[in-house]
Design a protein around this ligand. Structure first.
Ligand code: AIR
Ligand code: ASP
Length: 280
């Protein structure tokens, strides 16, 4: 069965969906950083991000935030609503890190007095530059009321996700979200959260040790990349029916060694001793 590829990005592919207004989002293992300057593969990432993003989008829906997620299809694919993507990346930060720390010469890990929202233009050619709200309106990348709505939703998502991750022993340092425009029957547009929310798009630090459990491990060659993504999925409780991935994680994780760095990925399946209640 051939299906039409609609778009291929760095970490995902979009295919035509079964019905008008739908798309199939396929999660790849490919990873890029610093706008394609660094390329690699994080084995199993696509499967984990598919599950993590499904979980988070579903939780957002539960609190009344519209997202593109419709349903899970398989290990790497989900059915989503097609939307006109607003070409702006919205970053919300709670703690200094990454490009904020670099750009302004501040140390990483300083808590911000209140969440900071930044906008970046989605443009590989221009290296996703930081833009102001004025730029967004001037170049008509989004309308004034849309940006107002995006800010309200972004703060709300930040509050909600900070709590969700805290419950999993993770500090939400910062994250990036994208919004898309969809139209109702009367032709009025409204916004939905699109793209993905995963360790590719969030900085997540272990609440106790400060250990980084996100794409920064790949960006900065820190090792334990696959294990970090698995750990996030495990802590969110989304690995239960993930088959071989669950077995890999079960083999590795211990309380003293949450990243299970020394265990090879080829390890055979073994019951999850840490959590006897959990069924595979
Ligand atoms: N992000 C930004 N562009 C792509 C992504 N995934 C995310 C990062 C980080 C936040 O946005 O993963 O969580 C801020 O990134 P930075 O590099 O601007 O500090
Ligand atoms: N995803 C972006 C890139 O491919 C930014 C990043 O994650 O560092 O470069």
């Amino acid at each position: 069965m051939t299906r039409r590829k609609v778009y291929e990005g760095k970490a995902k592919i979009l295919f035509e969906g079964p019905e008008a207004g739908t798309l199939i989002q396929y999660f790849k293992d490919d990873a890029t950083a610093f706008n394609n300057q660094k390329k690699g593969v994080i084995s199993g990432k696509g499967v984990l991000n598919n599950r993590i993003s499904e979980y988070i989008m579903t939780k957002l829906e539960e609190i009344g935030i519209d997202t593109h997620f419709i349903k899970a299809l398989n290990m790497r694919e989900q059915l989503i609503k097609a939307a006109e993507i607003i070409p702006i990346e919205i970053v919300v930060r709670n703690v200094t890190a990454g490009s904020l720390a670099r750009r302004f010469g501040v140390e990483e890990g300083l808590p911000l007095p209140r969440p900071l929202i930044e906008f970046y233009l989605k443009s590989d050619e221009l290296n996703d530059p930081l833009v102001s709200e004025e730029h967004i309106f001037f170049f008509q990348w989004a309308e004034v009321p849309e940006i107002e709505e995006i800010k309200i939703q972004a703060y709300r998502i930040n509050d909600f996700l900070s709590g969700l991750f805290l419950g999993a022993g993770l500090k939400l340092v910062d994250f990036k979200i994208e919004f898309g425009r969809v139209y109702d029957e009367e032709g009025n547009s409204y916004l939905i959260v699109a793209d993905e929310i995963s360790p590719d798009s969030c900085r997540l630090w272990d609440i106790k040790t400060g250990e980084k459990l996100d794409k920064d491990r790949f960006r900065h060659d820190m090792g334990g990349v696959e294990e970090a993504y698995q750990e996030v999925a495990r802590r969110l409780g989304v690995l239960m029916d993930a088959g071989p991935i669950a077995s890999i994680t079960a083999k590795k994780k211990t309380k003293d060694n949450p990243l299970g760095k020394k265990v090879k990925k080829t390890a055979k399946a073994k019951p999850d001793n840490d959590n006897p209640k959990k069924k595979k």
